[in-house]
Ligand binder design. Structure first.
Ligand SMILES: [Zn+2]
Length: 419
């Protein structure tokens, strides 16, 4: 918690210095969000509103959760100037505690594939110029595999964010969708450091694969009833029989399915790449976790993520997993260790997770992107501090840590990453 506070102070202080430079006398900058109503959330003891943009000293007001406010300037990093809807009081606050009342991506407990599809349709309708939606394939159980592109599809640089490759880690698809919506609704008024969101995303297109493994996620969330295909149902039952017999699980069938990581064919998608395919095999046949498949890219989900990656040639890649509040940044065989050391240090100054060591190749997505011809900076965040799947109760902390990751990574891609 201390490290998190430090990171916030670091960014907030930096923000304040630039706020004066970038914003004073630019009231029109906030035009895009003018009129929109926001509410306070995740504040705990209430959201402090300060007279001064340094967010120091005695707060002018403390707003309880669900207080309505309007944003009249910003955000710049974490900082916004707000007007309290009822009282008209104006002051400065931390934008991470504010949520638009008409947000499309809404607080969830179990964020399903169906909700994801609804949110994609709503965001596409609201921001047709800023968001492009591609269906890049279909899962074995007939669900669409999506790629969302934020910003200029013809941008000189591209970055990629992927989440939900492991079924039970389904808090992360929700997180990336909320990150995306925030970038969209502050597109014309937000700044990250010295750069406007518009400039950022016109120069760095963000390719988001929000739910790599929709079948596995549906299975983890809803059990057997989620599956449409009788063949896949049979596969899943065989997995349980195998894992029980092999001593790989002692769980009840219901709990076993909740703890599912693989796709509905029993393939652990984060072992279905190369190099290192099959070298760290924990299961020799389809299973809830650890079976890498018959061959690299044998699954529609990895084909789809692979194709998105090859087509957009990202210079920065963010991968979301859970749990442990740790970050993987390098592999033993990586060709890009030095550039990644810099990039991961930059990202870890924002998200204060523990840096992990470099494993040898095991067919993971990271192994694959680090073996490619194109230099790439990447970090894998493991969100949450409790076993998966976890509930909404664990989400506020994740949001506070990760709310600016998309902007920060885009800013890095814009200013640092290799062409
Ligand atoms: Zn994972």
């Amino acid at each position: 918690m201390k490290a998190l506070k430090r990171a916030i102070i670091l960014f907030a202080t930096f923000g304040v210095l630039l706020f004066a430079k970038s914003f004073m006398g630019r009231a029109a900058a906030a035009e895009a969000s003018a009129g929109a109503i926001y509410y306070v959330r995740f504040s705990g003891q209430g959201l402090n509103v300060y007279a001064d943009p340094s967010l120091q000293g005695e707060p002018a007001a403390v707003l309880p959760d669900n207080t309505y406010v309007q944003i009249i300037l910003g955000p710049l990093d974490f900082l916004v100037k707000i007007r309290v809807y009822d009282t008209g009081l104006e002051g400065y606050a931390d934008m991470r505690y504010l949520r638009r009342l008409d947000a499309a991506v809404f607080d969830y407990d179990v964020y399903t594939y169906e909700e994801l599809e609804e949110d994609i349709a709503q965001l596409q309708a609201r921001y047709p110029e800023l968001l492009h939606v591609n269906i890049t394939g279909q899962s074995a159980d007939g669900r669409n595999l999506y790629e969302l592109i934020l910003g200029n599809t013809a941008a000189p640089r591209h970055m990629l964010v992927q989440a939900g490759i492991h079924a039970r880690e389904y808090a992360n698809p929700y997180l990336v969708m909320e990150q995306l919506e925030q970038c969209l609704y502050y597109y014309d008024c937000g700044y990250f450091h010295e750069t406007s969101y518009r400039e950022l995303f016109e120069n760095v297109a963000v390719h988001i694969v929000p739910m790599v493994n929709p079948d596995g996620i549906a299975l983890s969330q809803s059990g057997e009833s989620a599956l449409r295909s009788p063949e896949l149902l049979q596969t899943v039952r065989s997995c349980y029989a195998y894992d029980r017999a092999a001593g790989r699980t002692k769980n009840s069938y219901e709990r076993y399915l909740q703890r599912w990581k693989a796709n509905a064919r029993g393939v652990d998608l984060n072992g279905n790449f190369a190099p290192g395919f099959g070298l760290d095999t924990k299961a020799t046949q389809p299973s809830y976790a650890g079976y890498p498949g018959a061959a690299p890219f044998s699954e529609p989900e990895t084909m789809s993520l692979g194709a998105v990656t090859l087509l957009c040639r990202p210079c920065v890649v963010i991968s979301y997993h859970s749990m442990g509040e740790v970050a993987y940044w390098n592999t033993a065989e990586s060709r890009y260790t030095e550039m990644n050391r810099m990039f991961s240090s930059y990202m870890l100054s924002l998200v204060p997770y523990k840096r992990m060591g470099s494993g040898t190749a095991s067919g993971s997505y990271l192994d694959w992107i680090y073996s490619g011809d194109a230099p790439v900076c990447s970090i894998t965040f493991e969100t949450g501090d409790t076993d998966c799947p976890f509930t909404l109760a664990h989400y506020p902390k994740i949001w506070l840590e990760h709310s600016l990751v998309m902007q920060a990574a885009a800013a890095y891609a814009y200013s640092h990453a290799a062409e």
